[in-house]
Design a protein around this ligand. Sequence first.
Ligand code: GAL
Length: 669
Amino acid sequence: MPRSDHSRLTWSRIPRPAYGADYNPEQWDRATWEDDVRLMREADVNLVTLGVFAWSMIEPSPDTFDFSGLDEVMSHLHESGIAVDLATPTAAPPLWFSHAHPESLPVTADGQRLAPGSRQAYCPSSPAYRERAALVTRRLAERYGDHPAVVMWHINNEYANANAHCWCATSADAFRDWLRTRYGDDLDALNDRWGTALWGMHYSDWAQVIPPRTSTGPLSPGRWLDFYRFSDTEHLACFRAERDIVRAHSPGRPVTTNFMTGALRWTDYWRWAREVDIVSNDHYLMSEDPDRAADLAFAADLARGLADGRPWMLMEHSTSGVQWQTRNVAKLPGEMTRNTLTHLARGADAALFFQWRQSAYGPEKWHSAMVPHGGEDTRIWREARALGNTVAGLADIAGSICPPADIALLLDYEAMWALQLPHRPSSDLTCSDVLRDWHRALWSLGLACDLVPAPGDQRLLLVPSLYALSTDTARALEEYAAHGGHLVVGPFSGVVDPHDRVHPGPYPGALRDLLGLRVDEYLPLAAGESVALDDDSTGRLWAERVLPGPDTEVESRFTDGPARGGPAVLRNGNTRYLATRPDFPSLLRFLPRWAAEAGCATPVQGAGHGVEVTRRTAPDGRTWLFAVNHTGHPAEVATTGVDVVSGIRSAGVITIPPGEVAVVAEDPR
Ligand code: GAL
């Protein structure tokens, strides 16, 4: 189905751009509910996520369902024109359930069973949990499947956030079953992939196969990787089961679950993205991170990549500080607006907060919200209300997309997991850091970039880190380059297979031919050490002794460090290999050169260095230029049209005051 059609059908009921929040009325009395709806209307809130943690409200004791509270809130919202993203409450099993089924509580690698008392206290493989989750989902979907307020469904909450893995006996059984399927019931195949000849850890009976529980020393990396895949699959099975129940009772309403793209943890979101009707994402700034605006752009670009370029939803972010960081540093005035507009600029058609009203008690009472403890006479409420009015003025952008970028960054979750296991040559060398680093460099340069799971139509494909690599992916990279794509591969890539077994022959086994070289030796650097290159750039963390093939050109060499005199940047046709990790200033020099060589579009004039500029285009050709000025000085950006935010017309150049945003409906070009 063409992208736009899919998008139109999926979003048909959802107001957009959607603006709102997680709404937790169960924390408040009825008088507050009345007030909530009044204030929501004032702030142009048109969508709220309801019921995320409301299991014990809906089912206060086993099989006793009470929907009176939800009924009331839903009709109230509906009468006021506020749509509902109805959540299944399965991220927070009630205490009665946990006490009746202690075996459903997660167990750590050390064998400690976690106690009930907080949310996400369940093992995803637990049959009892799955049964009760299915039941409450069914009852909810039966009751509200065609409720006029419900425009979409939200399953669970941030899968694998607190309970990514469980090492309990039930998980062990499920892990074994999963492995039997994966290896065709062939224990020899498992022994081979996990490399159990090492230390004589050979399995002679399936009963000996257990999750990687804490032992006397390191465990097989292949076993860890399979365990991560298994855990991800178990969470996904929970999601699918609830999704299918909801779909059966609520046809025509899209189903989502909120991702955490910025976290880069244990979920292979490329797999998950195929299972949701709309990609939605939660993003929280690390408030003390000076590069937090770039980090936000990374998470948003990844959400758009997961949505395959279609509009997506920002399901949660914060109006200001969050209590789970060491210091609850407040957002500066205007920052909430810049953050929201950046998500919209990068393809979101919804911007929701966690949460609507700041809790009066509990661990999240110092987490900011749209309605702070102080109520309406507060800076945050005023900004949230004004922002709602701004978002409401952007109705025309709904359904438009960010056109595919010429540059893409490849993200492979399994390769990332493999590199972060212990016992690598350098624990400094991680995949998540280098991806963010390269993305931040592109962001600083004003160069648009997509995140992708595999090579595609982009002109320049950047692969900063791909330690584990299947021969299939290696072949896809070869084809990409053979068809004229420009490829840049970072160090220590193509080294092992998906089981963490070293590819045969000289390094980098899976990429040797494509890159036209071999690596004689990997040379991790000592803490704080760097290496100089003869093109005035600097490498960090890592060096390699590389032997170029006959057709491979050496573009720069190490002038010091353990590979002194040897190649640092090599080029074979339109494929480059880096034998070190360039530091940030070096990336700023390399990237524009590589982009120009690949024929990538140049940045909009005025973009970059803290001035974020993106474009969204509608199927009929209309374009909007989004500009977010993160700097302390006025920014001039080339565009002609009317700024929907300020109403000001610009001819040729728009000036954006420090800290402000513009969304220019551009004149046809
Ligand atoms: C999210 C979670 C929300 C809320 C928020 C606070 O991870 O989904 O329920 O706890 O964090 O920042």
